[in-house]
Design a binder for this molecule. Structure first.
Ligand SMILES: *Cc1c(COP(=O)(O)O)cnc(C)c1O
Length: 392
């Protein structure tokens, strides 16, 4: 074995020893909440397809029609010839939905975050980021070359201290998730807007998990729920979660969007989304806006699970979002519990370090409008049995 391969093997062995070994499973979906995983039929409590739109017949029809007219691949980046009528239509609807002057669609939410931060922050700036922000934001900040600091999760007093300390930086950029992906809790965007104004900072919010889920009138996100959409300078979202499609986007004012078109390298040097995906996402927004019952069913499920998990004393407080973590501590415990659930027809992934902090391993339940009350009750029953067996 060469030294190169030997080094990689040693590193992999360390992951095995720490119960952090990861492998891919084969998942064959039956519908939005059911799949065969490694040969076993399961109810899926693992997807970010919160409204079940990845399988909605109207959306699939839209995608199929565009596939026929526009073909599969876009063939070039947006700036060359990949910017179709469907990209423009989607961008107009996104801007309208999110109540902003303009929007720009990217290949993924990850690319949108890289684009935004790396094209705006420079070595003269300070970026201050919530410690539990999504990995794509952390990677983006590192790539930007800006000085950066993190503040303890949701601790805005610490954020204020850091803003004071770095007051002489050219730009001060505050970055947060709206809904935190591993904890399911939410940023206080009202307070962040007040802080941003007080310190003359730029506020960037990643509403990936809020988009399509929160917002009483339009379902456009946690920023709508908190009534702060107009005050967020850069708002990122994904088409890949509640919209059930694929891709990422940013909404902002015109100058900021023009800046990304001209300077954001992940936007410039990557092929455009397929037009069929853009058109499907546009249809998904239409359904979210016109069918609030989808969200209402999702929230009924969240309520049922929260109540059941509180009764079982598996969570300390109800989750504010469709992401409900059951924190078990050690990685091994999370793996054993996840396997037990899978043996009982429930697929709930074990989330381990480095995705979460050491000793913070957990089961991460995510709910969909397509789960029935019976499926939720079944999951609670299996968890109760696991608890009686001392697995959690
Ligand atoms: C999923 C996620 C992303 C990445 O979006 P993709 O479209 O999957 O690349 C970015 N930020 C947050 C908070 C996410 O949860």
């Amino acid at each position: 074995m060469t030294t190169f391969i030997q080094n990689l093997s040693d590193q992999l062995q360390k992951a095995r020893d720490k119960q952090q070994w990861r492998t891919l499973r084969e998942v064959i979906p039956t519908n939005a909440v059911q799949a065969t995983v490694d040969g076993k039929r399961c109810w899926m409590f693992s997807s970010n397809d919160y409204l079940g739109l990845s399988m909605h017949p109207d959306i699939l029809q839209r995608a199929t029609d565009i596939l026929q007219s526009h073909g599969l691949g876009a063939g070039a980046s947006r700036l060359i010839s990949g910017s179709t009528d469907w990209h423009q239509r989607l961008q107009r609807r996104l801007a309208q939905w999110k109540q902003r002057p303009q929007s720009l669609v990217f290949g993924t939410g990850y690319a949108a975050n890289l684009s935004a931060i790396a094209s705006i922050a420079t070595a003269k700036d300070i970026v201050i980021i919530d410690k539990l922000c999504h990995a794509s934001l952390i990677d983006a900040v590192k790539l930007s070359g800006a000085t950066w600091r993190s503040f303890p999760h949701l601790n805005y007093d610490k954020l204020r201290e850091l803003l004071k300390k770095y007051d002489s930086s050219e730009k001060k950029i505050i970055v947060t998730d709206a809904v935190f992906s591993m904890d399911g809790d939410c940023a206080n965007l009202k307070e962040l807007v007040a802080i941003k104004k007080e310190f003359d900072a730029v506020l960037m919010v990643d509403d990936a998990h809020g988009t399509g889920v929160f917002g009483p009138a339009c379902g456009s996100g946690w920023e709508e729920q908190q009534e702060v959409a107009q005050d967020i300078d850069i708002s990122v979202g994904t088409l890949s979660k509640a919209l059930g499609a694929f891709g990422g986007f940013i909404v902002a004012q015109e100058t900021i969007i023009e800046h990304f078109i001209n300077y954001a390298r992940p936007f410039i040097f990557s092929t455009a989304l397929p037009a069929a995906v853009a058109g499907a996402a546009e249809k998904a927004i239409e359904l979210i806006e016109t069918q609030p019952a989808l969200r209402a069913t999702l929230w009924k499920n969240v309520h049922q699970l929260n109540e059941g998990l509180m009764m079982l004393k598996l969570i300390e407080q109800p989750s504010l979002s469709p992401i409900i973590p059951i924190i078990v501590g050690e990685s091994e415990k999370a793996v054993v519990l996840s396997r037990f659930l899978q043996d009982h027809q429930c697929f709930v992934p074990a989330i381990r370090p480095p995705a979460v902090g050491l000793g913070q391993a957990r089961l991460r339940i995510s709910l969909s409008a397509k789960h029935s009350p019976e499926m939720c009750a079944h999951l609670l029953n299996v968890l109760e049995t696991a608890k009686q067996k001392g697995l959690v």
